[in-house]
Design a protein around this ligand. Structure first.
Ligand code: MG
Length: 453
C-alpha cells in the first residue's frame, strides 16, 4: 500500500512506498516558489533515507532561486534557531520526527524559525498540487553552502542562557539516549560544556534506530533496563529530531513525558524575576497537556493559556500574550528566550539548572508536584467523516463537565479530564484521560469505551 500524507504541515510518507525523490523534490519546488527564492537553511535527522531526501530538497530549492545553506545532521530546534539567528527566510528539516525508521518527512519553517502556519501551509500545498513552480534561469542559480558549524550557534545560545558555573559545580553524571539520531552529536557536547560526565547510551548516528523513536516508556525498555544498573543522576532521551525530551530518574524510573514541560515551567516561574522585564508571567500549553501545569502556575500566580494541539498554535499564543514559557505534554519545552519551537536541548539546560538550584535528585523534585495518572490512546475509525458524530456523543455523555471545543472536545471535572480529537490527516481519534487516581482513570476509560464500541 502506498503511504503518503501531503498536508498543510508538509509531507510525510514511507520511503519507497509512497514517498519518492520526486515527491520531496516537488514539495521543495513548491516551498521555494512560495518563498520566491530567499535564504533557506536545510538540516536533517540520521535516517538512512536522509541523503536521498537531502538531494531532492536542495535541488528543488536551488531550482526556484533559493540561497541554500545545508547544516547537515541537526536537531529540528537547531535548524529553527539557525534560521532565526542568520535571518534566513525559511528552513526545511528532513525528518519524520517520532515516526518509525521507514518514514521520512519534510517540515517547513519561515522567518524567525517558526513553523509555517495553516494559511502558509495551504498556499504551499496548493502550489504543489497545481505544480505551479517558478523555475529560474541557469545564470540566476546560487551556490550551495555547506556549513555544519552553524549548529554551534544553538549550542552556544543554550549554554549562555543557563548558569554554567552553578551546573558545573554539581558534576552531574548523565546518560543520553538520542535514538542514534539528530541529538547524537550536539547533546553530549552540550552536557560536557556544562561539566557533566556523559555516557552515550544510544548516540551513534549510523542511519538506523535502536528502538522506535517516540520517547515513551514502551519504546525505551532497553534503555530503562540499562540505566537501572547505572548510577546516572538523570538520563535524557530525545526523539529522532530532538525536539522532544523525556527523562529517566536516578533510580531508572521513566518519568511521564508530561513532567518534562512541568519541570521547565516550574523552574522558569520560580525564577521569573530574571525574565520579568521582557516577558509576562504567562504559560501556554496545548489542551492535551497535564493539569500539573495549572497547579504549578497557581503556586506562582501565573496565568495559563490552552491552545489546540500543534506546535505552531502554542508558539502563536506565546507570541501574542508575550508568555515566558510553554510547550506540549509530549516532552516539548518551548522557551521563547531561546527558540520558538519545541527544543530538547533547551529543556536539558533548564532541567540541569533546576537540579543545581534545588540541589535535589530529579525524583525528589517531581515529588513537589501533585501526582496524576494518564492514558494516551488512539482509536482507528473507518473514515474521518465519523469524527463529528463521536465528538457529539462525548459532549452528550459528559455534558455536566466544563466543556472546551477549541480542538475536538475537552471536558474538565474536579478529579479528571478528557480530551478527544480527530486527527487532521488520518482516520484516527486521539484520546487523553488524566485523573487523580488509577481507579478514576479506569472508570472514565470504561465509560468512554462504550461510545467507541
Ligand atoms: Mg520530533
Amino acid at each position: 500500500m502506498e503511504k503518503l500524507i501531503a498536508s498543510i504541515s508538509g509531507i510525510r510518507g514511507v520511503v519507497g512506498e509512497g514517498l519518492y525523490p520526486d515527491t520531496a523534490l516537488k514539495f521543495s519546488l513548491a516551498f521555494g516558489t512560495y518563498l520566491r527564492g530567499g535564504k533557506v537553511i536545510v538540516g536533517r535527522d540520521t535516517r538512512i533515507t536522509g541523503e536521498m531526501m537531502r538531494g531532492a530538497v536542495i535541488s528543488g530549492l536551488l531550482a526556484t532561486g533559493c540561497e541554500v545553506t545545508d547544516i547537515g545532521i541537526a536537531p529540528t530546534p537547531t535548524v529553527q534557531y539557525v534560521v532565526k539567528e542568520t535571518k534566513a527566510d525559511g528552513g526545511v528539516v528532513i525528518t519524520a520526527s517520532h515516526n518509525p525508521i521507514e518514514w521520512n518527512a519534510l517540515k517547513f519553517y519561515r522567518k524567525g524559525g517558526i513553523l509555517v502556519d495553516k494559511k502558509e501551509g495551504e498556499k504551499i500545498l496548493q502550489i504543489y498540487k497545481r505544480q505551479e513552480f517558478k523555475y529560474i534561469k541557469w545564470r540566476d542559480y546560487k551556490k550551495l553552502k555547506e556549513q555544519p558549524e552553524l549548529v554551534e550557534l544553538h549550542l552556544n545560545q543554550v549554554i549562555k542562557s543557563v548558569n554554567v558555573k552553578k551546573i558545573k559545580k554539581m558534576k552531574f553524571n548523565i546518560g543520553v539516549d538520542s535514538c542514534n539520531a539528530s541529538g547524537s552529536y550536539i547533546t553530549p557536547v552540550l552536557l560536557e560544556e556544562l561539566g557533566c560526565k556523559v555516557e552515550k547510551i544510544f548516540a551513534m548516528p549510523d542511519g538506523y534506530f535502536p528502538h522506535p523513536p517516540e520517547p515513551n516508556k514502551r519504546n525505551l525498555k532497553k534503555t530503562i533496563e540499562y540505566v537501572k544498573k547505572k548510577k546516572f543522576d538523570t538520563t535524557f532521551v530525545q526523539d529522532s529530531d530532538a525536539d522532544r525530551l523525556a527523562i529517566i530518574d536516578e533510580n531508572g524510573n521513566f518519568l511521564s513525558e508530561e513532567l518534562t514541560v512541568a519541570l521547565a515551567v516550574y523552574h522558569i516561574l520560580k525564577n521569573f524575576k530574571k525574565y520579568k522585564n521582557k516577558y509576562k508571567k504567562k504559560v501556554v500549553v496545548n489542551l492535551s497537556t497535564s493539569r500539573v501545569i495549572d497547579d504549578i502556575a497557581r503556586e506562582f500566580n501565573a496565568k495559563v493559556y490552552r491552545t489546540p494541539v500543534g506546535e505552531i498554535n502554542v508558539v502563536k499564543k506565546l507570541i501574542s500574550v508575550n508568555g515566558v514559557i510553554g510547550g506540549e505534554g509530549n516532552g516539548g519545552v518551548i522557551f521563547p528566550e531561546i527558540n520558538f519551537g519545541r527544543d530538547s536541548l533547551t529543556g536539558i539546560g533548564l532541567i540541569l539548572e533546576l537540579m543545581a538550584d534545588e540541589n535535589k535528585k530529579i525524583s525528589e523534585i517531581v515529588k513537589l508536584f501533585p501526582q496524576y495518572f494518564m492514558i494516551k490512546d488512539k482509536i482507528e475509525i473507518e473514515s474521518r467523516d465519523q469524527i463529528p458524530l463521536f465528538l457529539q456523543k462525548i459532549e452528550k455523555k459528559f455534558s455536566d463537565g466544563r466543556i472546551n471545543k477549541l480542538d475536538g472536545i475537552r471536558v474538565d471535572y474536579p478529579d479528571f479530564w478528557i480530551h478527544v480529537r480527530g486527527s487532521n490527516t488520518e482516520p484516527i481519534i486521539r484520546i487523553i484521560i488524566e485523573a487523580k487516581s488509577k481507579k478514576i482513570l479506569r472508570q472514565v476509560k470504561n465509560e468512554l469505551s462504550t461510545i467507541f464500541k
